[in-house]
Design a protein around this ligand. Structure first.
Ligand SMILES: Cc1cc2nc3c(=O)[nH]c(=O)nc-3n(C[C@H](O)[C@H](O)[C@H](O)COP(=O)(O)O)c2cc1C
Ligand code: SF4
Ligand code: FES
Length: 601
């Protein structure tokens, strides 16, 4: 295959538009199996960008590669939850069956085995992606079976023998993924009356739509809890003829999977919410940023969009309303957690590395392609549709005064019934643990690694914006779990996912992880912990974006509930030596240089 010609064909398919570099690189990789230097050069020439711009996209995203990979890439999630449920044994089974170790490709070029961060299947871990096919509830037997079947037919989709419930069985999805909706609530999971919310929105003015969202007291469900009506008002009043609505479907926080279920079962509700946002802020274009891990939903979501166009719910003159045109495209991500941060998401949609941007200006003033942009979470947009359907009062009769409505929780870990729960905001954490059969919990990670670890002393706290604010992840840890091991694994996640732009986050997280590992290894003393806490404060206060500002949270919050347990592992050396100083490691480079062992080791 002619590399240059192929790359040019892919560029042409996207109108040689440099802002579509994510799709172009993905297309080239799909056709060639990787993105070699010659393709990078050809793409750069064709779209009129510097070579380094294209290369930096290829190197930034976990799912793109300059090096050839196997025809089938198995990406095994190695997050905390998967490790709790047998990741190590499953990895070993894959390695043995394939005859390679993690990170390698088989000599025949058929298989690559890799690790990856959370793929949003935490309720059915251990899980993996086989190209774009999801495989769940992995065991050693299942891993061996998968490899032997793939060897026969090399078709990942054929691994799906039995489909999960609901739309997972739709011909355009056909996934073994289960929805695990344990507790559908009255608002978000209620059946949608298709077209009703948009019809009601169009019957009032955009300003009145914004007022309805404000009256409902809706706050963003993506984590930060910013008032949605206010965000829309800022964007509406920002100067500019071209405005955008972005749906954040990146869902990369480990432990979160409720947006996956909404996209599978309530896609119409999400797209209706985007359309209403478009009407309210004066936008005619919407983009859904769908994480690469959910590529298996893409064909289905495109089909839902197509049907909405056919039914007049999208396109020119939505529902016959002259002057209100609105359409939506889906932008696939490619395996980068930081792209969930709204400004990094914009960078990615613009065809660049997923680097967060400086704020101000905020997206409401200067967002996608420099235009005023609203970025909202999938669940927030579902709430919007419900508010327009049934009125603000039906919405805010649930929850508390400052935290109106219901919230979806993604619950996983050591509990009887992992899955998605819709609860009224203001519900005590302990009550949620009873619902999911997690009353034996030693701790709960609320809001994923960037959230907080809560011990039993906090189980009476309320899940709401004023107390335990969360994007929805709840990971339950049973009595035998080692808190510091969990902290160490979460720090490894942040080390991997830092975009590397600023030093406190790029270097600080490595040092925090090293410090935690020293405590685990029994090599730390009290003054090391003091220094670690100091470092955490520095990283939090000097990092540029939300990733670094929250990355020390696993340790900081573990200390709030488990300080005595952690301090019990610290030991001062009776001879005054610094135990955390690893002398052997420090002298190793010198030993290698001079070619002999040091007397110390
Ligand atoms: C590192 C990082 C990752 C994030 N990931 C997501 C995500 O996957 N989905 C999401 O909706 N918000 C995520 N956010 C929050 C977004 O920046 C933004 O606040 C949110 O999309 C706004 O939507 P909302 O107001 O509807 O909540 C993330 C923030 C940070 C700092
Ligand atoms: S805090 Fe981390 S992720 Fe955010 S910009 Fe800095 S290096 Fe990148
Ligand atoms: S799928 Fe592995 S932690 Fe979420």
């Amino acid at each position: 295959m002619n590399i240059e010609h192929t790359a040019e064909q892919v560029c042409d398919a996207y109108g040689n538009d440099p802002t579509r570099l994510m799709d172009i690189v993905r297309g080239v990789q799909h056709r060639l199996g990787h993105v070699p230097d010659a393709a990078i050069d050809a793409v750069a020439r064709r779209v009129g960008r510097a070579r380094v711009d294209v290369e930096s996209v290829v190197s930034f995203y976990g799912f793109f590669s300059k090096e050839p990979k196997g025809r089938i890439v198995i990406r095994l999630c190695d997050d905390v939850i998967d490790r709790m449920f047998g990741y190590e044994a499953v990895r070993a089974a894959f390695e043995e069956e394939l005859g390679i170790v993690l990170g390698e490709t088989t000599p025949d070029g058929r298989f690559t085995l890799e690790r990856t961060a959370c793929i949003g299947m935490c309720d059915q871990a251990p899980a993996a992606m086989v190209n774009e096919t999801i495989v769940t509830w992995l065991s050693t037997d299942k891993a061996r079976r998968i490899v032997s079947e793939l060897r026969e037919h090399m078709t990942p989709a054929r691994l799906v023998k039995r489909v999960g419930g609901g739309n997972n069985g739709h011909p355009l999805i056909r996934a073994m993924v289960h929805n695990s909706i344990r507790r559908p609530g009255p608002l978000i999971f209620s059946e949608i009356n298709r077209g009703e919310a948009i019809r009601k929105a169009l019957s009032i003015s955009p300003a009145e739509v914004i007022r309805a969202i404000k009256t409902a007291r809706l706050r963003g469900r993506g984590g930060a809890g910013f008032p949605t009506g206010l965000k829309w008002e800022f964007t509406r009043s920002a100067p500019g003829d071209r405005k955008f609505v972005m749906c954040n479907a990146d869902e990369g926080e480990p432990g979160t999977f409720k947006d996956r279920v909404l996209l599978t079962e309530r896609a119409d509700r999400v797209f209706a919410g985007m359309t209403i946002a478009g009407y309210a802020i004066g936008a005619s274009e919407g983009v859904m940023y769908l994480r690469g891990e959910y590529a298996y939903l893409l064909r289905y979501l495109e089909d839902v969009l197509e049907k909405r166009r056919a039914d007049g719910l999208l396109g020119r003159g939505v529902m016959g309303r002259d002057g209100f045109d609105f359409d939506i495209r889906i932008q696939l991500g490619a395996g980068a957690y930081v792209c969930g941060e709204e400004t990094a998401l914009l960078s990615s949609c613009e065809g660049m590395r997923g680097d967060p941007k400086n704020r101000p200006p905020f997206p409401a003033q200067k967002g996608y392609l420099g235009c005023p942009t609203v970025v909202n979470n999938v669940e927030t947009l579902c709430c919007v549709t419900k508010i327009l359907e049934e009125g603000p009062a039906t919405f805010n009769m649930h929850g508390t005064n400052r935290s109106a409505g219901t919230k979806l929780l993604s619950i996983s870990g050591d509990c009887d019934s992992p899955g998605v729960y819709e609860i009224p905001l203001g519900t005590p954490l302990g009550e949620v643990l009873e619902m999911c059969g997690g009353t034996q919990a030693k701790a709960v990670q609320v809001g994923g690694p960037s959230g907080r670890l809560v011990g039993p002393d906090g189980f009476g706290r309320l899940i709401c914006f004023d107390d335990l604010a969360t994007g929805g992840a709840l990971i339950v840890f049973g009595p035998d779990r080692d808190i510091l091991e969990i902290v160490s694994q979460y720090m490894a996640f942040f080390v991997d996912e830092s975009c590397g732009y600023c030093t406190p986050c790029r270097v600080g997280n490595v040092l925090i992880k090293r410090g935690v590992d020293a405590i685990i290894a029994g090599r730390a003393e009290p003054r090391d912990l003091e220094q670690l806490e100091d470092l955490c404060r520095t990283v939090k206060s000097t990092s540029r974006c939300g990733l670094g500002q929250t990355s020390p949270n696993p340790l900081v919050t573990a200390l709030e509930s488990f300080r005595p347990e952690i301090e019990a592992r610290l030991r001062a050396d009776p001879n005054g030596y610094r135990r955390s100083f690893d002398l052997s490691r420090a002298v190793r480079p010198t030993e290698q240089l001079v070619g002999r062992k040091s007397v110390h080791t």
